[in-house]
Design a protein around this ligand. Structure first.
Ligand code: NAD
Ligand code: UDX
Length: 440
């Protein structure tokens, strides 16, 4: 099939490359000229395991191309996937300007029937707004052309995006015409494994499914973070509790890890957008409000531990920080807990020396304005002379460090571990003053 993907960010680029790998002809459009130029040179703007080879393979096979040319991109695909950003607006609701701009571009240039697929995460009712935007532009042009609108939210996780897209647990298709459902079945047929994972529903249910999934996962995390705080106060160990409850198949082990708070480009913004939607309808979701409030607090948990140990005034103190990306295997720092920790510590006068295995370039851009932060190319170099080590992201290389080297480099052997990577008893035996999240 001939498919256009609009937006070449984490979702659009992965979607385009994976669809091309299944034999489709894919054109990816982005309004960011620098991004398109980079992609055309074979360079990938983001860190995502497996993506570079996938893109390269499909570009070489002439199944995947990149463009800034809106008109050409609309002409190209019979199916137009919209995968642009939906960042939070000032009040927390999703900002739909990029989605609607993409829809209007389709209306402006289309000359045959198009299936317009919303892959971006969008509030309930957006499919109707997309339809209205396209219809309005067509009316301005004075032409009548048929088109369909489909909601097909994406559930990939950064760091395993290619794997997730290639082997989805479910494919949600919200549609109101059999013709459009048939097109989606054709596209996703090759991605189905042993049984049919494509679920067809109405547009609004599809849109809401995405928010419900992210809010549920975020709820589990905030619940565990609150439970961890209680465990600390009670002298219990959250790791035992986590295993104890996860063994119940009704609960399961996934997304039960307490930590430095959830970050990333999805959970924080999608939870906020859901809250706004529910508030608008006069049906405030108290649970979801609490999930958000707990997470805001949790992102301060590591800084609070440092303050409890070293005092409110941290001038003269230096902290080593391991892990800047919001989670491992990505260079994405959107809403990363590391940013909150760095902000709180440096506002109190401390210096921070940070290291991340892949997010150094991104961190260089985001932290350029903070002269109390230095970035170390090496994880051990970050430790030199620091009063404590703070671990924010659970990269594999941090799991089994050379503890003797860590101890020698630190001024005082203190570790605040926001991801519970180590056994507290082992660390005590090694001579560390060690604090995890909710550990005994
Ligand atoms: P992103 O910010 O990485 O990329 C968006 C891209 O769209 C940018 O390159 C931007 O230049 C481009 N763009 C904006 N307006 C455009 C236009 N009119 N025409 C062409 N290109 C345009 O965003 P992302 O992280 O890929 O997220 C995209 C959507 O997918 C969001 O709604 C997000 O909530 C959702 N989502 C993201 C993830 C994730 O893990 N990142 C997972 C599932 C769903
Ligand atoms: C999330 C959703 O999982 C995915 O389905 C959706 O499409 C996009 O948003 P992503 O943001 O890439 O994916 O990462 P995810 O693995 O979900 O982690 C989100 C945040 O939660 C990270 O900051 C992570 O550290 C945190 N987290 C996750 C926890 O604190 N504890 C856990 O048990 C799991």
């Amino acid at each position: 099939m001939k498919i256009t993907v609009i937006g070449t960010g984490y979702v659009g680029l992965v979607t385009g490359a994976c669809l091309a790998d299944m034999g489709n002809n894919v054109m990816c459009l982005d309004v960011d000229e620098a991004k398109v130029a980079m992609l055309r040179e074979g360079r990938i703007p983001i860190y995502e395991p497996g993506l570079e080879e996938l893109v390269q393979r499909n570009v070489e096979a002439s199944r995947l191309q990149f463009t800034n040319d809106i008109e050409a991109s609309v002409a190209f695909g019979d199916v137009q996937f919209i995968a642009v950003g939906t960042p939070p607006g000032e009040d927390g609701s999703a900002d739909l300007q990029y989605v609607l701009a993409a829809a209007r571009n389709i209306g402006r240039h289309m000359a045959n029937r198009k299936v317009i697929v919303d892959k971006s995460t969008v509030p309930v009712g957006t499919a109707d707004n997309v339809r209205a935007a396209v219809a309005e532009v067509l009316a301005e042009r004075g032409v009548e052309l048929p088109f369909g609108v489909v909601s097909n939210p994406e559930f990939l996780k950064e760091g395993s995006a290619v794997k997730d897209f290639m082997g989805p647990e479910r494919i949600i298709v919200g549609a109101d015409s059999d013709e459009d459902v048939a097109v989606m079945r054709r596209i996703y047929g090759p991605f189905q494994r042993t049984h049919d994972r494509l679920m067809v529903m109405d547009l609004r249910s599809a849109e809401l499914t995405k928010y419900a999934a992210n809010a549920m996962l975020a709820t589990r995390i905030s619940f565990m973070n609150e439970m961890a705080g209680l465990a600390e106060a009670l002298g219990a160990d959250i790791e035992h509790v986590r295993r104890g409850i996860g063994a119940d198949s009704r609960i399961g082990y996934h997304f039960l890890y307490p930590g430095a708070g959830y970050g990333g480009s999805c959970f924080p913004k999608d939870v906020q957008a859901l809250i706004r939607t529910a508030d608008e309808f006069g049906l405030p979701m108290r649970v979801v409000h609490a999930v958000e409030a707990t997470n805001v607090e949790q992102k301060r948990a590591l800084a609070r531990k440092a303050i409890a140990r070293f005092g409110e005034d941290l001038s003269g103190r230096t902290f080593a920080l391991w892990g800047l990306a919001f989670k491992p295997n990505t260079d994405d720092m959107r809403e990363a807990p590391s940013l909150e920790v760095i902000d709180e510590l440096t506002r109190r006068g401390a210096r921070v020396c940070a290291h991340d295995p892949v997010a150094m370039h991104e961190a260089g851009k985001l932290l350029a304005g903070n002269d109390r932060v230095t970035l170390a190319d090496d994880m051990y170099a970050a430790l030199e002379g620091a009063d404590a080590l703070i671990i924010v992201t659970e990269w594999k290389v941090f799991r089994a460090p050379d503890f003797e080297r860590v101890k020698r480099a630190l001024k005082t052997p203190v570790i605040f571990d926001g991801r519970n990577l180590y056994d507290p008893a082992d660390l005590r035996d090694l001579g560390f003053d060690y604090e995890g999240i909710g550990r005994r």
